[in-house]
Ligand binder design. Sequence first.
Ligand code: FE2
Length: 428
Amino acid sequence: MALDLLVTGATLADGRAGIDIGIKDGRIAEIGPVVHGQAERTLDAAGRLVVPPFVDSHFHMDATLSLGLPRLNRSGTLLEGIALWGELKPLLTEEAVVERALAYVDLAVAQGIGAIRSHVDVCDPKLTGVRGLLKVREIVAPYLTLQLVAFPQDGLYRYPGARDLLLQALDMGVDVIGGIPHFERTMAEGTASVTDLCTLATERGLMIDLHCDETDDPLSRHIEAYAAEVQRHGLGGRATASHLTSMHSMDNYYASKLLPLIAESGMNVIANPLINIAIQGRHDAYPKRRGLTRVPEMLEQGIPVALGHDCVMDPWYSLGSGDMLDVAHMAIHALHMTSVDAMTACLDAVTTTPAAILQLEDYGLAVGCNADLVILDAADPVDAIRTKAARLHVLRRGKVIAGSPPRRATLALPGRPDAVSWSRPTAG
Ligand code: FE2
């Protein structure tokens, strides 16, 4: 077979080494230690780790890169962030949303992100963010898969007209149903919003992803109703609960009942370690809670858990760089996931698991899948996360669309090498 490109000498995340990947017409035609096809061009991975693209399953692209508009979040708190977004929202223009989102996508794609699920605020009578991001979804389609969630940020019932605006956004082509039960005025209204939105997802045959219990209040238990509704409607893997930070503070006995209920429902979970380690526990004296959801316990129960970036340089978070290895790095530290298996699971949580949650078609390193891959300057998953390894080559549909040089520093010390490298020597 005549191949378009042959990637040689790849190490895969499962430990297989010396793997060649034959690419034809934008898809993986062959993969293994022996590839029979002849290629016009080759790209030598030289023993480095090759992964399918990073997938950011939880992001807010309508707010990204707006840092400083109309002013900075001086306190760095969630409350000032919410107030700031309220000030910025009426000032948004479609053009500015598009411009900032495109700039962010450039940054994300350069770092090997191939797909993003972005929530977009529908609590705006003009739906400026929705209009802007629908445009962006189309523009970036050749190099990034963008999935949009209709997110009633100020509450489905709390913000006047939010439900109609959400329906309007779905009619305009937004992909996924969103919600924020813990932000409704009462627990009862929160629960009612969960039922309402799950029914809507069932009627429309859509995926659903709720911001759920993003609070330190251990009695914020909307996830219980959500899991029950997901099961009742048979939504399974079409449903996702994002954040779930109240679970950090819940009574352990109650959590021991809740975790199997979530597992039984077949739903997914997305944790956002960078944001929640910074935002949760703010009312605490010492000791201060970390506030992340119970990721290792969820994985033990077989619940699919992905890690999202959530925010980059916006009213809620002044930091962030579009690097999913940075997200995995924080998860390892903040969740005590330092066993070898847990660290590797954190790479899955920014690649294969979120790809399944987003229901991406033809994703992965297997014959027939899209030839989308990232060659990292790392020997294995732990090394990749440790060094936030350079993305040497980023391929989309078999074509190199981005790349970065290896991370190096020059040294000027007598008797020492003239450069230091972050990468671990590869075996052989
Ligand atoms: Fe979020």
